[in-house]
Design a protein around this ligand. Structure first.
Ligand code: NZQ
Ligand code: ZN
Length: 402
């Protein structure tokens, strides 16, 4: 007799369980991809809320190109600019007001993760009767209202927001930065990925995005002890990112490297490699606490806490850290203990992070010793990784990250 719903093998290991997979975001990739915006716009009504940040798209010309396409498509353009890095709850309320007053049919985000996350938060809030911060971010409820569609033109690589349902909002008054991973109904309906659009990124943003994407892969990879296809895909993505990051570092205009970074970052967090995994996400929880206090660049909050965190949990997931060292960092395992191999992997990772010029401590991001107790309070503890952290563990990590 076939036993349905069986998740464990004879040795009691957790195997790939039951899951569904759907990703409804249509991607247009490449240096001609903006040409497809016009076609996509035909699927939506006249009123388009054009969401962008602090003006980088005006300097690099993307704004003019998008406006031209919107006008040619006969759209009413409702401007919603000034989305700050790490979008705030106040800005969310403002965006909802604009959308309601103008009866918008499409939210078009032109920017990085901040603009796209913000667009998603607005999309689920326009027709929501409750306070969106309370409903989606504090109570973590799902939308039960009509969702206004989101489209995206990506200009900054890293978050994966272009092909996922994640939306992270910061509440400075409450010292909280919280992400809600919405289901596929909230994912962008389409995303335009032109690697050329990322060439104007300052180096700091480029490396921050690279590390963000790399860490998204780590967060999913460092969980479980089973043999899982997702981990093999993750290793390939990490190797591609490491390789392309070094090419882009010495030659920032290298289109091949920038396009591989863009493509890897999208696949790093579009739900595929999380399938069959419990997933960790503690680096993000630690980083988000730092972000809530300092408003620092997201990827750098992750790089600043990663090494102390991974060194702390390594003994609990030793075999995976050993595999990471060998398969991702090409550590030669001959005549070495498992600990030595795993350690060498983290040393190589640290060398790579230093080469990229990533921030390796939270002090540089504006954190101070007297913030540590608050940072501990602001850190959500999750249980999908190799160790459920205690408060003392969290304190140790922040102290070592200082
Ligand atoms: O605002 P503008 O002037 O556009 O400048 C931006 C901003 O200052 C600039 N920039 C973007 N594209 C550019 C450019 N500058 C020159 N040339 C370009 N082509 O870069 C700065 C950072 O942009 P931002 O959108 O804030 O960066 P990122 O994409 O890293 O997004 C960060 C936000 O996403 C959240 C983070 O927490 C943070 O709030 N995340 C979202 C996730 C998701 N949706 O799944 C997951 C991530 O882990 C992350 O938490
Ligand atoms: Zn991230």
């Amino acid at each position: 007799m076939i036993e349905l719903n069986k998740k464990t093998d004879r040795k009691g290991k957790i195997m790939l369980g039951n899951f569904s997979y759907k990703n409804g975001t249509k991607l247009y990739f490449g240096n001609n991809s903006l040409n497809f915006l016009n076609e996509e716009l035909k699927n939506y009504g006249k009123n388009v809320q054009l969401i962008y940040g602090g003006g980088s798209i005006k300097k690099n010309g993307i704004y003019d190109s998008v406006i031209e396409i919107l006008k040619a498509g006969g759209k009413n353009i409702i401007e919603d600019s000034g989305v700050m890095p790490n979008p705030t709850v106040e800005k969310l309320y403002e965006g909802v007001k604009i959308a309601r007053e103008n009866n918008v049919d499409l939210l078009l985000a032109v920017g990085g993760g901040s603009c796209i996350d913000y667009a998603k938060a607005v999309s689920v809030s326009i027709n929501c009767k409750d306070d969106p911060w309370q409903k989606y971010f504090i109570k973590y409820e799902e939308p039960d209202c009509k969702i206004v569609p989101v489209g995206c033109v990506l200009t900054m690589v890293g978050t994966g927001s272009e092909m996922n349902g994640g939306s992270v909002i910061t509440n400075h008054k409450e010292n909280l930065k919280i992400g809600h991973v919405f289901n596929e109904d909230v994912m962008p309906k389409f995303s335009i990925l032109n690697p050329d659009f990322t060439l104007s990124l300052p180096k700091k943003q480029m490396v921050s995005g690279i590390y963000d994407a790399f860490n998204h892969i780590c967060e999913q990879y460092f969980s479980g002890t089973d043999d899982n296809t997702s981990d093999y895909i993750a290793e390939g993505l990490m190797k591609s990112l490491i390789h392309s990051s070094l090419v882009a570092l010495s030659d920032p205009n290298n289109y091949e490297a920038r396009s591989n970074i863009m493509w890897s970052a999208t696949w790093a967090l579009n739900t595929l490699i999380a399938k069959g995994k419990s997933t960790d996400w503690m680096v993000h929880m630690l980083g988000q606490a730092v972000g809530a206090y300092t408003d620092a660049t997201h990827g750098l909050t992750l790089s600043a806490v990663s090494l102390p965190y991974y060194r702390l949990i390594m003994p609990y997931g030793l075999q995976k850290f050993k595999r990471f060292a060998i398969n991702v960092w090409s550590v030669n395992p001959d005549n070495k203990t498992d600990e030595e191999i795993a350690n060498e992997g983290l040393i190589r990772m640290e060398e790579w992070m230093k080469k990229l010029g990533l921030t390796l401590n939270i002090k540089e991001l504006g954190a101070t010793e007297d913030m540590i107790e608050g940072l501990i309070e602001a850190t959500f503890i999750l249980n999908g990784g190799y160790k459920v952290l205690t408060k003392d563990d969290v304190r140790k990590i922040f102290k070592e990250s200082m």
